[in-house]
Design a protein around this ligand. Structure first.
Ligand code: BMP
Length: 274
């Protein structure tokens, strides 16, 4: 956004969304814009990774449905570590269905995502109703988790041949603007300020950009993933960089997390001129 030249501390103070304020505060306090994509398959590995990497990350991104042993202990453990290390939790569930279904997938259900995940995301393939439905659930007067929840719209994807382009990406911006009290921003490969939208921006609009597919040592994988470096992602407008295998599959994940933290932070400082 046009705000991307401003320090997180400034954006955090003026942001209308309480969770965005918290996100920027966490980044500033820990000097980290790293989200680790903790794509491991057991609760023990997940909690162990979260505890070891916790000091170096702003957000942990989960795919909770790849755990072979998801239970109450997963939720309790994750929540405790988020408090211990002051990071936020982002369940990368990519909701993509009619409003009535996603409300049930988000709130209650087997995975109880609304109970423990600060940030969720969705595709706008189904149209505006998906965003409306998730916002309605999280903003209902009897929603138990208050204003501590927010949505990222999956506006682009990093995989080869992605169809999340053009009119799809424009609609992502439209719905983000229309539901800006619940939408924190985007998962995208760049800032989307220039994307054509049929909805006018609110005054002071400041969407947060999370960029996946960040890796320091690889260009991609054999299944179509395409990587860029922290410098490249932040130069293109990422506010938070998301790295998975680059960190958790490194010989020493803690050292790798520190490296992404340092490079991500230096690229951010260079961008804001600090
Ligand atoms: P890795 O850094 O190991 O390639 O992992 C990338 C992570 O980001 C995965 O969890 C994947 O599901 C997610 N992701 C992605 O790679 N590209 C996208 O466009 C959107 C994603 O959520």
């Amino acid at each position: 956004s046009s705000k991307s030249q401003l320090p997180y501390s400034v954006r955090g103070k003026s942001h209308p969304n309480p969770l965005a304020r918290r996100l920027f505060e966490v980044a500033e306090a820990k000097k980290s814009n790293v989200t680790v994509s903790a794509d491991v398959t057991t609760t023990k590995e997940l909690l162990d990774l979260a505890d070891r990497l916790g000091p170096h990350i702003a957000v942990i991104k989960t795919h909770i449905d790849i755990l072979s042993d998801f239970s109450e202990d997963t939720i309790t453990g994750l929540k405790a570590l988020a408090t211990k290390h002051n990071f936020l939790i982002f369940e990368d569930r990519k909701f993509i269905d009619i409003g009535n279904t996603v409300q049930k997938q988000y709130h209650n259900g087997t995975l109880r995502i609304s109970e423990w995940s600060h940030i969720i995301n969705c595709s706008v393939l189904p149209g505006e109703g998906i965003v409306e439905a998730l916002a309605q659930t999280a903003q209902a007067p009897d929603f138990p988790y208050g204003s501590d929840r927010g949505l990222l719209i999956l506006a682009e994807m990093t995989s080869k041949g992605s169809l999340a382009t053009g009119a799809y990406t424009s609609a992502s911006v439209d719905y983000a603007r229309k539901y800006h009290s619940f939408v924190l921003g985007f998962v995208a490969t760049r800032a989307l300020g220039e994307v054509e939208s049929s909805v006018a921006p609110a005054e002071g609009e400041d969407f947060v950009v999370f960029t996946t597919g960040v890796n320091l040592s690889s260009k991609g994988d054999k299944l179509g993933q395409q990587y860029q470096t922290p410098q490249s992602a932040i130069g293109r407008g990422a506010d938070f960089i998301i790295a998975g295998r680059g960190i958790y599959a490194a010989p020493d994940p803690v050292e790798a997390a520190k490296q992404y933290q340092q490079q991500g932070w230096e690229a951010y400082l260079a961008r804001v001129g600090g």
